[in-house]
Each structure stands twice: as C-alpha cells, then as structure tokens.
Write a protein that binds this ligand. Structure first.
Ligand SMILES: [Zn+2]
Length: 305
C-alpha cells in the first residue's frame, strides 16, 4: 500500500511538474534530412536537437515589432549539423550539443547511425565557432567523440577563448562558457586532433573558410564549391529567420561584437541573395538549407526541397 501511495505521489508530482517542463521543446526524434548535391559532394542535414529563442533575446526593435514578425514569444529553431559526403570521405560542419549539455538532447550520434556513418568514418570537422551548441558533440565521456577527425578551428577564435582578458570582459553569467570551451580544446589537443587555420584558407579541397566575424570574434563560414555549384555554411550568421531575414540589423543578445555581427549579417545576406548562393545555417528550422532572396528592404528564405 505504501508503495502504491508513493507511486501515486510521484504521478501527482509529475502532473504538476509538467507545465514548467513544457517550456522546453520535446526531444526531437533523430532526423536525417534529404541530401543536397553540390557538384561531387553530397550534404546531409542532421537534426541534433530543437530549441526556442525568446524574442526578448533580440536587440534592435521593440517587443511589439518583434512579436509581429515572429508571431509568438518563442522563435522555434534547430541545432543543425551538416554531414558532407565525398567518395569515401566524411566530414562534419559543427557537432551540435552532444553529451556536453544533456538537457538539450544532442542527438548527433544517433543521426549518424541512421545515416550509416560511424564516428570513426569522420576525417574532418569544420567548426564555425566555439559555442557549446556547436562543439558539444566533439567529446564524449571526456574523450574525442570522433577519434580520427581533424578538427578545424579558426586561430582567432581559439585565441579569444584562451584569453583570460576576454574572459574577464565577459558578463559574469557567461564566463562559465570559457572553461567548457577550454575543456573541449584540451581533449582535442591531447589527442593531437586540433588544426588551427586563418579564415580565408582552403581547409580541404573545394572547401574554403570565410571570415564571418561578429557573433564571436572568430566566427567563420565554410564555402563548398564543386563543379560550378556552391553551398555556404554560415553557422550562426543569424538565429531567428522570422525576424532577421526581414530585419538583418537586429542582433541576438549573445552576438559578442554587436556592430560587427550586424555588419557581417547585412553584407553576407546581400551577397548570397545577389549570387543566388544557397546557405546552410545552424539555427534555422531543420534542415536549415535554402536560398535567400531580396524583398523590399530585407530578405526572404526559401528552404531547399
Ligand atoms: Zn549556435
């Protein structure tokens, strides 16, 4: 009887705990998107997880304007990871949250399993920047999750996160990120997997790094170009499609250098729209790959089908 009461009690607590938890999006199923062919390459979007950004995170317009654009208080988005396939080679662009933040349900390894790719198959990982939702998947149980992958990080980004001065200048609530980043870098350095590069360098045949500084000081995109086709991996150039395509001047609160982030977003969206160059973005709703078109003073985004 006591056990029954205990179980009933748990159910009761569960019922009342539910509304608070409902604010977090439900853990998504592992998802592997349709491959996008780029010349000799194939790019497979993987859904590491889903999230919501409250509109209060966006700076540059009042709440009513943001609400009118977003249509709700939370902008839905994804943690997209991109698997690049080229012959027998397998690369990743970013790695999602992984097991570093269990509350965010990093599902990359499950997605890869579904895509018939073993962690050992990955030989290169291109990191857009060192935020936890991009590098969390690099480590598992204190070890490299991809033991054979060289991990490419822009030197300027590396230097920022290793700088004690930069840590001191960061608002206190966000300083913890520095020790998390350093912990991941330590694992990579120990396993001799870290490759530092200067944005602008070719990081692999047909893949060139592109400085997209602002969101973080070394935030970097990667341009895949093969047989006249292109796909531009833009990382965290933007966080809320419903707001920032129409108003590229609006920043996220966590863009480290606000004016540089704004300038980079405006310049890059103009360029990709002019060139009809498809982009692959981490936080746009899965699969996050599509075309940007100029419309009025801003842009629209059309997901590639
Ligand atoms: Zn991010």
């Amino acid at each position: 009887m006591n056990t029954l009461l205990y179980l009933l009690g748990l159910m009761f607590v569960g019922l009342f705990a539910a509304p608070a938890e409902a604010a977090q999006p439900a853990p998504p199923q592992p998802m592997v998107g349709k491959a996008v062919v780029v010349g000799d390459f194939s790019v497979v979007p993987l859904l590491d997880g889903a999230h919501g950004f409250p509109i209060s995170l966006f700076k540059g317009a009042d709440e009513a304007t943001l609400l009118a654009m977003a249509g709700k208080q939370q902008v839905s988005g994804s943690f997209n990871v991109f698997l690049i396939e080229h012959g027998q080679e397998r690369f990743l662009v970013d790695t999602g949250n992984g097991t570093l933040r269990p509350e965010r349900n990093g599902q990359l390894l499950l997605c890869l399993q579904e895509a018939k790719t073993a962690p050992e198959d990955i030989s290169k990982i291109f990191v857009t920047h060192l935020h936890g939702d991009h590098i969390g998947g690099l480590v598992k149980d204190g070890k490299s999750a991809f033991p054979k992958a060289q991990v490419y990080v822009a030197r300027i980004e590396y230097d920022y996160w290793m700088s004690d001065e930069a840590m001191r200048q960061t608002p206190e609530g966000r300083r913890e990120a520095f020790s998390m980043v350093r912990g991941v870098l330590r694992v990579l350095e120990h396993d001799n997997l870290l490759v530092l590069f200067t944005p602008g360098e070719v990081v692999s045949p047909d893949i060139t790094s592109v400085a997209l500084f602002g969101h973080t000081p070394g935030h970097t995109g990667f341009m895949l170009a093969s047989k006249g086709k292109q796909l531009f991996f833009v990382g965290d150039l933007l966080h809320a499609g419903s707001i920032q395509f129409a108003r590229p001047d609006i920043n996220a609160d966590f863009d480290v250098d606000q004016s540089m982030a704004r300038e980079t977003r405006q310049r890059t969206l103009k360029q990709v729209a002019q060139d009809a160059m498809p982009i692959a973005a981490v936080h746009l709703p899965f699969p996050g790959v599509g075309l940007v078109r100029a419309e009025g003073d801003g842009y629209t985004f059309e997901t590639l089908k």
